[in-house]
Design a protein around this ligand. Structure first.
Ligand code: CIR
Length: 258
């Protein structure tokens, strides 16, 4: 199934080394290696049949290559978010021009203060959007988001998070009712109706895979997840994300797919 025709990415900036990190994966990113890995990521997206818009590096915002967070792009509207991380909030203004290329102004919505929301907390499954209530996405942000989605005929389901940064840090939808789940998401009632593949704790980072037109892109170095996704019948591509992982960034964070 070809669901996505486009993707937007932003090149990592030199200030990437100053990006936000929980310290879960120690070390500072190597900028040159991050560029090489980003090139491979773009190639993987292209292999999945999407046209990739590559935005230039933005040195004002160390985490700006994680373009998933300042916008949510759907089949019916775009939502410019209001990132809860102070050092990232201005990224919402930087992504707007790229979104305007594909969505008319009347279909570009906004999350506004005191609401905050980051795209990493939003997981789309058909016409239902699961939204993590996290340190970055608050109750008011979810209320605004649900109201916007309702106007476009979508549903919104809130999922409280306790342990991870973003919802999609720990749970990702691979279409066909298949869900990758790890840690705190394994038994959440909100996901009871999915066919779940439980990710072992030592490979938890690889819960963040992305489905792109029937191929699943998987971070390199996670053999159990790779085997499990292949056993589900998907084509797979692996991409090394070691430098982004040091900033808690995964495959989904690095693009907007629509
Ligand atoms: C941050 O803490 O905001 C970045 N260092 C990582 C963002 C990862 N984005 C995502 O999960 N969608």
């Amino acid at each position: 199934m070809r669901k996505f025709s486009h993707a937007i990415v932003r090149r990592p900036c030199r200030a990437l080394t100053e990006g936000i990190s929980s310290g879960l994966y120690p070390g500072k990113p190597d900028y040159q290696l991050a560029l090489v890995q980003h090139d491979a990521y773009i190639e993987a997206l292209k292999k999945c049949g999407v046209k990739v818009d590559i935005l230039p590096a933005d040195e004002w915002y160390p985490d700006s290559c994680f373009v998933e967070d300042p916008a949510v792009l759907t089949g019916r509207c775009a939502v410019i978010t209001n990132p809860g991380a102070a050092s990232r909030n201005g990224e919402k203004d930087e992504i707007l021009a790229a979104v305007r290329k594909y969505y008319p102004d009347e279909r570009i919505e906004r999350i506004t203060f005191p609401g905050t929301l980051e795209g990493g907390d939003v997981m789309m499954a058909g016409d239902t959007f699961y939204v993590g209530r996290s340190a970055r996405t608050n109750e008011e942000g979810i209320r605004q988001f649900a109201e916007i989605l309702g106007r476009y005929g979508y549903q919104c389901v809130e999922v409280p998070l306790e342990e991870v940064l973003h919802l999609k840090t720990g749970v990702n939808y691979l279409e066909n009712n298949n869900l990758l789940v790890s840690g705190e998401f394994t038994d959440k009632p909100e996901f009871a109706s999915f066919r779940k593949t439980v990710i072992p704790e030592e490979e938890a980072y690889a819960a963040n895979c992305i489905w792109v037109n029937d191929t699943v892109i998987i971070p390199e170095g996670y053999p159990e997840v790779l085997a499990a996704v292949q056993a589900l019948g998907y084509e797979t591509i692996t991409v090394d994300t070691s430098e982004f992982r040091k900033l808690d960034g995964g495959l989904s964070c690095l693009s907007l797919r629509f």
